[in-house]
Design a binder for this molecule. Sequence first.
Ligand SMILES: [Fe+2]
Length: 336
Amino acid sequence: MQKVVLATLVSALSIAASANAAELNIYSARHYQTDEQLYGNFTQQTGIKINRIEAKEDELLERIRTEGANSPADILITVDASRLAKADELGIFAPVKSAELEARIPAHLRAENWFSYSTRARVIVYNPSLVKAEQVQTYEQLADPALKGQVCTRSGSHPYNLSLGAAMIKHNGAEATENWARGIVANFARAPKGGDTDQIRSVAAGECGVAIANSYYLARLMNSERAEDKQVVSNVKAVWPNQNSWGTHINVSGAGMLKHAPNKEAAVKFLEYLASDDAQAYFANGNNEWPVVSTLKVDNPALNALGEFKADTLPIGELAATVAEAQRIFDRAGFR
Ligand SMILES: [Fe+2]
């Protein structure tokens, strides 16, 4: 334990000591192969060296909190609106005004203190030998008693489901969302376990008829060369939910500048860089996501195969602010 603390201290000190040069300190909960190019490209363009600490979201937040005003961190990068909201609630972000970011990132994908850089959709995946396509066209339908024993899901308290719950509260109201959550629980094929990919595999194996999953998990399976994954993909079908109502729920990866950032100028430059064409391609492709800059063409076989869809345009900041209410509602409904 002490060793760990010491190692953390030493690395924090070495970052703090070099904070005055043309450098930028990034705390990231992302770790994709293309991130190397993403950061290398920025250094090449600007001469600003990037020091990066990668860890799980909660560890990074704890670290930023403990470091307080002495934190060397300039930027926090993480995934999911609910996690960005949690960081924001801790008051660690500094507002950034940038005409460039306002021009490049659609308004509904910007929050007051952070910016979205890629989007992912929460899709419905079903097994056509167990449920009919017309039964699973909307999130709301997953609570229909006709699907009793057919629904597989990861935990209701996972950020991805909480963010979906928040969107449902905004569109359908709190009461309808609580009833929906109860309906989902009543339709469980089994108690929630595993991640989204596990749910897709369970649907393919016929353990359940339908599940919800983030699009990049499905895209990853679709782009996979493994025979096992190809089999999974051929056994399931995907639906863009809610195309005739409020659109498919989307979530984001995002970043913000930290309040005590020692390198604020470099931090703003980096946030602007993330919205550039080059960076957007790296940022989105690294995890089979869509860039937020709409003029950018996506070149991803799986995403191309999934095709176009109508996405929910609920402002991401409003969504994030509703996640805590979704948690209370899911708790009451026993969706844990
Ligand atoms: Fe994920």
